[in-house]
Design a protein around this ligand. Structure first.
Ligand code: GRF
Length: 194
């Protein structure tokens, strides 16, 4: 008998700002029996984000909030998350920093994927910085979000080799491919004892 039958999936919101390849990947994953999550809602901080098209394609409700007025938009976000009974947030290329208060409200229930082997290269331009440093390895990390940037508990990482011919763009593509494998795996790991 398949273990997950009968176990209710966790209502999840995905926050994006850009292309949304991780969003589409998570949506596809969420339809599998082995997925612990169901995606009910998407927030985009960018009205021009290509990723919004995936919400439309897969008929998932979404909301665009610029977070320029952080306090106001976080309040709106919390109201929406309540309305959709969201229990987990997956950040996927979300380019805004959530406030301490917001994180507290969802303590331990916000995940992020970061394109480096944390604690190395927190923040932006990770691939460029790794190449400029002559680093041998790059990778990606799924971690819990706490109030310090890219510093929450690490759930899973994937390491890949940096080749001499890698440019930041080439490396970003290779790492992104691994992100699409890692995020679902990390979710399975995190909720394996449910
Ligand atoms: C990914 O590399 C993610 O790790 C980073 O931003 C990128 C988002 O890509 N935070 P996408 O929007 O999911 O395609």
């Amino acid at each position: 008998m398949i273990k997950s039958i009968g176990i209710k999936k966790i209502n999840t919101a995905v926050f994006i700002s850009g292309n949304g390849s991780n969003l589409e990947n998570l949506i596809k994953f969420s339809t599998l029996i082995k997925s612990p999550i169901k995606i009910n809602f998407v927030i985009s901080s960018n009205s021009k984000a290509k990723g919004i098209n995936f919400s439309k394609k897969y008929k998932i409700k979404y909301k665009i909030l610029s977070f320029k007025n952080k306090t106001q938009d976080e309040k709106k976000t919390l109201d929406l998350l309540k309305r959709y009974n969201i229990k987990l947030i997956c950040l996927a290329g979300f380019m805004k920093i959530l406030s301490k208060n917001f994180i507290k409200r969802f303590n331990g229930k916000i995940l992020n994927i970061h394109p480096s082997l944390l604690p190395k290269y927190k923040g932006l331009n990770t691939h460029e910085r790794a190449i400029n440093d002559g680093a041998k390895f790059a990778g990606c990390t799924v971690h819990l979000v706490n109030s310090r940037l890219d510093s929450g508990k690490i759930i899973m990482q994937k390491k890949i080799k940096i080749n001499k011919t890698d440019t930041p763009g080439k490396l970003a593509k290779k790492v992104l491919k691994q992100e699409h494998i890692l995020y679902p795996k990390a979710l399975i790991k995190l909720f394996s004892n449910r």
